[in-house]
Design a protein. Structure first.
Length: 176
């Protein structure tokens, strides 16, 4: 039986990730600063694990088949398999880690910890991918792909942590 509410929630989060991906600042090394991770955090915190994984997977598949959902309205296999593709694929790992590590809690600290663990997973996967494709050393890659993003990603985590309980009650969402 088709659950219209679940399908709608998934579709809304796919759209949110796609829109937030376009709110971007390009950087010289090709890894843009954008709000996609904020949307991934919100998705992983507000939807049950399976639904949030499906939403992120659909977002990635849309980009893979040519729908311009990635930062800068990019799309296609070259975007997903290029030097920033590891961070895009890392959204799945981030969602999985958050979904597993989060608890039904009103504690902002526990919510932030779950998102921080997810972020570390995304950073790790994306940076290793970047190193492999560019042959740039790990330290230099961290300087290009992680360190400049830490302050903004901390703001995203804090913002998402503060918004999640308000949206859960306003939208009557159940994360389990």
């Amino acid at each position: 039986m088709v659950d219209t509410k679940r399908i709608t929630q998934i579709a809304l989060f796919v759209a949110l990730i796609a829109v937030c991906s376009q709110i971007a600042i390009p950087l010289p090394m090709g890894v843009p600063i954008n709000l996609a991770l904020f949307a991934v955090f919100m998705c992983a915190m507000l939807l049950p694990l399976k639904q949030s994984m499906v939403a992120v997977l659909i977002y990635l598949l849309l980009g893979l088949v040519g729908v311009p959902v990635f930062a800068g309205f990019r799309a296609g296999p070259s975007s997903l398999l290029g030097k920033t593709g590891g961070y895009l694929i890392g959204y799945l790992l981030c969602t999985l880690i958050i979904g597993i590590s989060r608890e039904k809690t009103n504690s902002p600290i526990k919510r932030m910890a779950a998102m921080l663990f997810g972020l570390i997973g995304c950073y790790t996967f994306g940076t290793l991918w970047f190193v492999k494709l560019t042959n740039i050393g790990i330290i230099q890659s961290l300087g290009y792909c992680v360190i400049p993003f830490i302050p903004g990603d901390i703001v995203k985590i804090i913002s998402a942590s503060l918004l999640v309980p308000r949206l859960q009650s306003a939208l009557k969402l159940k994360t389990a």
